[in-house]
Design a protein around this ligand. Sequence first.
Ligand code: NAD
Length: 424
Amino acid sequence: MMVDATSSLEQELNPWLAAEARFDLAAEKLGLDDGMRKVLRSPAREITVSIPVMLDDGRLEVFTGYRVQHSIARGPAKGGIRYAPDVTLDEVRALASWMTWKCAVVNIPFGGGKGGVVCDPTVLSQAELERITRRYTAEIIEFIGPEIDVPAPDMNTNEQTMAWIMDTYSMHHRQTVTAVVTGKPINLGGSHGRTEATGRGCLITALQALQHFNIDPASARVVVQGFGNVGGMAAKLMQRLGMKIITVIEYDGAVHNPKGLDVLGLMKHRQETGSILDFPEAENVDREEALFTECEILLPAAKEGVITSQNAHKLRAKILCEGANGPTTAAADEILAAQNVFVIPDILANAGGVTVSYFEWVQDRQGFFWNEQLVNGRLEEIMVNSFRDVTGYAQKYRVDNRTAAYMLALDRVSFAIKLRGIYA
Ligand code: NAD
């Protein structure tokens, strides 16, 4: 019995199985035929490459790299590249399809892709990482490009990695091609507003949800899990609008102040002490229990699988704004629906990042750069429209917001495939 319980929780926590379950439900509700379901499930292209690299100590090592282009029906593939010792082709494949749905929800002209290199960046020098990145780029060079597939940073890769990819690609093409990747440094064709984009997208969708309930943002209490790029930025921007960030949860504990925490002060405190704990004018609280604090908005922005069938019934949030990818399991969805929690699903809530990546690609291709105000204004327009599209589907088909987001995405991608026709 114990074994069964463990394996069923393990299964529940598998984000790829969760994505499959949601795909199936949305396809069913849309009445998609079997043929179209097969097309939508099958990655357009999967590439596995060997990356021989000379290490600093003179040894020759061979790393494995992947790039999966799940769909190019609506435009070039788009998605990050991650470096981690446990990256698998299965994981990259699932993440690539996730990107297809996310780009479709916000209606930007991209398909979905993802890449990975099996390596442990913690034991590699900068020089070794550069050689791995350049050789990986060279190995997949004919499969990437501004019109083909546009990588971006993901776990353990950053703007320096993107600069190396851009340079390697450009050297081969004998011209500088900035639009081959996004997430670049600002003076190498990066975009203003990219760093804040995902958090800002969370804020914009959360504001829409508050409006839906006629709640004044100034009276909204927010609980944030994960005080990094997404959670930290969202908290900062939310506080700027008068929302009260009452609880922040990190991996080593949580802090709480019912009157609202000073977000910038908390960031400084963490920078100085290495932890959010023991912040003046806040109480240290239990990190597990903190997730169940009564609030208007709960923003999980740390990792996947935090809201499960085991704890969903304890949530006391009105709105769940999913900053992280896959923070809620499929089994928890039903419990949240029964409790009338208004879910802003990850493929909508955190799509601000890929939207500003799209802006970066547009600016690079135009060779004309926008100021931050223009970037933020256009991001807001896209996020608000996407929120309305998703909630419109939810009303029309009488489904929850997550199913609606998947239905919208599947509808848009399958429509593009039908319109283009099947080339034979
Ligand atoms: P990050 O590393 O900047 O921040 C994550 C934060 O969560 C860190 O402060 C970390 O200490 C904390 N954390 C880790 N484990 C925790 C735990 N168990 N409990 C509480 N806190 C924990 O990462 P990020 O870029 O902010 O990404 C966070 C999530 O958002 C990930 O799921 C990521 O895939 C997703 N996401 C990020 C972007 C983006 O643009 N950065 C875009 C879309 C989705």
